[in-house]
Design a protein around this ligand. Structure first.
Ligand SMILES: [Fe+2]
Length: 165
C-alpha cells in the first residue's frame, strides 16, 4: 500500500497503523461494492424472460442501494486519515467478486449469482468491521452493521425471487 500523502492525513485520535488496516479492508469492500453495482446494472439491462418486469425493477432498486453506500465507505476511509479508490483500474486491482461478461445469462442464474455475490460482500464487510473494532473505530463498525443488513436483505429478495416452488 502506498503511504498517505501528509496533505491527506485527516486528523484522527485513532492509531494510524490500525486505521491503515481498516482503510485497506474498506477499500476492498468499496471495490467489491462497485463491482456488484455494475454487475447488478448489467443484469438489469440484459435480463430476459417471463419475469422480465419484476427482475428488471428489482435489480434497479438493488443497484441504487449499492451505489448509495459507496460514498459512505469512501468517506469513512478519508475520515480516518487514509486515501481511497481513484479509478476503475484501482477497483479492478482490489475486487474479489468476479465480473460476468457473458453474452447471455439466463435470468435464474443471474439471481443466484447476485445472491452469492451479496453474501460474499457481507463476508468482506464483516472483515472490515473486525478491523474497525480492533482499531477502536466504532463509527465504521456501526455503519458496517447497516451495510451488512442491506446486503442480507438483497440476498433474501434474490433468494425468494429465484425459488421455483
Ligand atoms: Fe434502468
Amino acid at each position: 500500500m502506498a503511504t498517505t500523502p501528509s496533505e491527506l492525513k485527516t486528523p484522527t485520535d485513532l492509531a494510524s497503523n490500525r486505521t491503515q488496516s481498516v482503510a485497506d479492508a474498506l477499500n476492498g469492500v468499496l471495490a467489491d461494492a462497485f463491482t456488484l453495482y455494475l454487475k447488478t446494472k448489467n443484469f438489469h439491462w440484459h435480463v430476459s424472460g417471463p419475469h422480465f418486469r419484476d427482475y428488471h425493477l428489482l435489480l434497479d432498486e438493488q443497484a441504487t442501494e449499492i451505489i448509495g453506500v459507496t460514498d459512505d465507505i469512501a468517506e469513512r476511509v478519508r475520515k480516518i486519515g487514509n486515501t481511497t479508490l481513484r479509478s476503475i483500474g484501482d477497483i479492478a486491482r482490489r475486487q474479489t467478486l468476479a465480473d460476468n461478461d457473458q453474452e447471455f445469462v439466463p435470468a435464474p442464474e443471474m439471481l443466484v449469482e447476485l445472491r452469492d455475490d451479496n453474501l460474499k460482500l457481507v463476508q468482506r464487510i464483516r472483515e472490515a468491521r473486525e478491523a474497525a473494532e480492533a482499531a477502536g473505530d466504532t463509527a465504521t463498525s456501526s455503519m458496517a452493521d447497516d451495510w451488512i443488513d442491506q446486503a442480507e436483505k438483497r440476498a433474501w429478495f434474490l433468494f425468494e425471487a429465484s425459488r421455483t416452488g
